[in-house]
Design a protein around this ligand. Structure first.
Ligand code: ZN
Length: 93
């Protein structure tokens, strides 16, 4: 077995986004342990965490940057927005 991030890769996007939001809303911010299960929704590559504001181990504001495609996903008030760019608010319904 290779030490890959299969937990992330195996989950369908809808499922892991839901899980992620549930996790986030349970606490005051995004726990850094979530980095273990987060990946880019576009290419499933690792994300790099850039913290702007934190409270202990909870990230309140910051961003996640894909190490592969460079796409940035904002973290606002502890909630990471991992929707692909074309699904974010402002996109046509
Ligand atoms: Zn990516």
């Amino acid at each position: 077995m290779l030490p890959c991030r299969s937990r992330c890769h195996d989950l369908r996007r809808e499922t892991w986004v839901g899980t992620l939001l549930a996790h986030s809303l349970d606490s005051t911010g995004m726990n850094e342990s979530l980095m273990d299960i987060l990946c880019c929704p576009l290419d499933k590559q690792d994300l790099e965490l850039e913290v702007v504001r934190r409270d202990d181990d909870e990230v309140l504001d910051g961003r996640l940057v894909c190490t592969e495609c460079g796409e940035e996903y904002p973290i606002e008030e502890g909630i990471p927005n991992l929707l692909p760019p074309d699904m974010r608010e402002g996109a046509p319904a």
